[in-house]
Design a protein around this ligand. Structure first.
Ligand code: GLU
Length: 498
C-alpha cells in the first residue's frame, strides 16, 4: 500500500509596523518572505502590525503597499483582500488578543498588574543606582483580585503580564543558526496586554501567526532575543511554533548598523531617484543570501528557483550604494529601447519642481523623440534620473551656451567663429543628414581648417546642446534635425560676435 504524504502548505507573512516609509532592511525581509512563499507555491500574507498607537504614522501604510507594489511583491492575502484570515490589520483583531490574554490569566500563566508608571520609574532608578539591569520585579504577582478591582475603580492603568519562569533554560531552533539557548533568568514578567486594551507585539503576532496558519516566520535577526518570550507564550497557549528563519542584519561599510548616513534610503526614495525595481530586488536579495556561486545578476524567476533557506548567511550583510548603482546600470542597459523609454518617460513628465523636465517643455513629452535618443545615452546611465540633464536640450526651443565654454582652450574667439561658420555651411548644404554622413563631412572640414577633430567638434557640441557633456555629436545633430541645428549654431555665432 502506498501512503500519500501530506505536504503542508507554506504560509509566510510580512508583518510591518506602520511607523514610517519602509527602509531597505525591512523590505529585504519582505523580499525573502515573498521569494520563499513563491519557491514553495505557498501564500504570501501581508499583515499590518499597528498596535503601538504612539508610533503609528498614517502615511506609512500606503507607503508600505506602494513599496511592495513597486518591487512586484504581490501578496495573496492582505488588508485589501477578503481572504480567509481577514482582517489583516491588528487594530481590527483586538478580540483575538484579549481572548488569548484572558485565557492566559485563567490558566495561571499571566496576571493583571496595576503597578503605576511612577512606581515603575522609581524601580528603574533604584536598579540603576545599584548597578542592576532595569527589569520588572514581578511585584504584580502578589496583587489580589480585590487590589486590582480597587485600582480599576480608581481609573488606574492596568496591564496583563506574562508570568515568566525565573530559572532554567529555553532552547529554540533557528533555521539559519541552528539551536539557540537562552537563560530564563534574563526574562522578566513582560506585558502582553497594555492598559489601552492593545496587545504588545509579543502576544499579537503569536496569536496571529497561529490563527493565520503561518508555517515560516522569516524576520530580522534583531528579533532573536525576543523569541524565548514568544516560545513561552506558545507553550502556555498550547500552540505549535512555526519555523523560525532569522535573517542577518545589514551593516554600512563601516560595520555599524545601517542608517541614512551610509547612503541607505527608503524604497520609495530609490524609486524616485531612478532605480529600477528589478535592480533593487536583485541587489537586496544578495544582502544575506547567495545562490552558492558567483552569479550576481539574476532575475526574479531565477532567484525564486535557486532560493534555499540554507544559503541565508548568519553574518551581517554590508550595504554598498555604489554596487547598487552599478547593478542598476546593468539592468538599465539590458532593457529594450522602447521599454527603457517607457520607464524614463514618467520621470520627465513630472513637474519641474518634482524633478521633471522644465515646465517650459510641452507635456505630454514626445515619446517618439525619446525612443530616438535612448540608444545614444543608454550606456551612460546609472539611474533613470540621470536622463533629464543629459537630454533636455532636445526638447527645449533653444539653448543658452556659456560664452567661455564655446571657445575651446586651444582656440580663440575668431577661430571659433570661423569654425562655426564653416559648420553652418556644411549643415545648410548637407543633402544627407544622417550621423554617418555628417561625421564624414565634419571630419573633412576639420582637416581643411587645420583643426583637430576634437577642437572643431567642441564648439559645435556646446552650441547645439548648451552642455559640455552630451550624447554623441553627430547622432545629436541628426536627431535635432537640420533646422534646429542650424539655428542653434547661428545663435552661438551671434553670441560670440556681439
Ligand atoms: N512588526 C514587526 C516589525 O515591523 C514584525 C516582526 C516580525 O516579523 O515578527 O518589525
Amino acid at each position: 500500500m502506498v501512503e500519500s504524504k501530506k505536504i503542508e502548505q507554506v504560509n509566510v507573512r510580512y508583518a510591518p509596523s506602520p511607523t514610517g516609509i519602509p527602509h531597505i532592511g525591512n523590505i529585504r525581509t519582505a523580499i525573502f518572505d515573498w521569494i520563499y512563499s513563491k519557491s514553495k507555491n505557498g501564500q504570501f500574507i501581508v499583515r499590518i502590525e499597528d498596535t503601538d498607537r504612539s508610533r503609528y504614522d498614517p502615511h506609512s501604510e500606503q507607503s508600505i503597499f506602494d513599496s511592495l507594489q513597486w518591487l512586484g511583491l504581490d501578496w495573496d492575502q492582505g488588508p485589501d483582500k477578503t481572504g480567509i484570515n481577514s482582517p489583516y490589520v491588528q487594530s481590527k483583531r483586538k478580540h483575538f488578543y484579549v481572548e488569548a490574554a484572558e485565557k492566559l490569566v485563567k490558566s495561571g500563566h499571566a496576571y493583571y498588574d496595576d503597578t503605576t508608571p511612577g512606581e515603575l520609574e522609581a524601580l528603574r532608578k533604584r536598579q540603576k543606582a545599584n548597578g542592576e539591569p532595569p527589569r520588572y520585579d514581578g511585584r504584580g504577582r502578589f496583587r489580589s483580585e480585590k487590589d486590582i478591582s480597587n485600582s480599576r475603580d480608581k481609573g488606574l492603568p492596568i496591564v496583563i503580564r506574562f508570568k515568566a519562569p525565573k530559572t532554567g533554560n529555553l532552547e529554540f531552533y533557528d533555521e539559519v543558526r541552528g539551536k539557540i539557548s537562552f537563560n530564563l533568568s534574563e526574562i522578566d514578567d513582560f506585558v502582553i496586554l497594555k492598559s489601552d486594551g492593545m496587545p504588545t507585539y509579543h502576544l499579537a503576532h503569536i496569536v496571529d501567526d497561529f490563527e493565520m496558519g503561518i508555517t515560516h516566520v522569516i524576520r530580522g535577526e534583531e528579533w532573536i532575543p525576543s523569541t524565548p518570550k514568544h516560545q513561552l507564550i506558545q507553550t502556555a497557549l498550547n500552540i505549535k511554533p512555526p519555523k523560525y528563519v532569522h535573517v542577518p542584519l545589514i551593516f554600512g561599510k563601516d560595520k555599524s548598523k545601517l542608517s541614512k548616513r551610509h547612503g541607505a534610503k527608503s524604497v520609495l526614495e530609490y524609486r524616485d531617484e531612478g532605480y529600477l525595481p528589478e535592480a533593487l530586488f536583485n541587489y537586496l536579495v544578495l544582502l544575506g543570501w547567495s545562490p552558492g556561486d558567483d552569479t550576481e545578476i539574476m532575475d526574479k524567476s531565477e532567484i525564486v528557483k535557486r532560493f534555499t533557506i540554507n544559503r541565508i548567511s548568519e553574518s551581517p550583510a554590508v550595504f554598498d550604494p555604489e554596487k547598487l548603482e552599478w547593478m542598476n546600470g546593468i539592468y538599465i542597459r539590458s532593457l529594450s529601447t522602447t521599454n527603457l523609454a517607457q520607464r524614463i518617460l514618467p520621470y520627465l513628465e513630472k513637474p519641474e519642481k518634482d524633478g521633471g523636465f522644465s515646465d517650459t517643455i510641452e507635456r505630454p513629452i514626445n515619446s517618439n523623440l525619446l525612443i530616438k535618443i535612448v540608444p545614444h545615452i543608454r550606456e551612460r546611465l546609472k539611474t533613470l534620473l540621470d536622463v533629464k540633464e543629459l537630454i533636455d536640450f532636445f526638447y527645449l526651443e533653444s539653448v543658452c551656451p556659456k560664452i567661455d565654454e564655446l571657445v575651446p582652450k586651444t582656440m580663440d574667439t575668431a577661430s571659433t567663429v570661423k569654425c562655426l561658420y564653416a559648420s553652418l555651411n556644411l549643415i545648410k548644404n548637407a543633402k544627407d543628414f544622417s550621423a554617418q554622413c555628417l561625421e564624414n563631412i565634419f571630419r573633412l572640414q576639420a582637416e581643411k581648417l587645420n583643426l583637430k577633430p576634437g577642437q572643431m567638434f567642441s564648439p559645435i557640441r556646446i552650441s547645439v546642446t548648451g552642455k559640455r557633456i552630451a550624447p554623441p555629436l553627430f547622432e545629436t545633430l541628426e536627431i535635432l534635425g537640420k533646422e534646429k541645428s542650424f539655428q542653434r549654431i547661428k545663435n552661438a555665432i551671434d553670441m560670440l560676435e556681439k
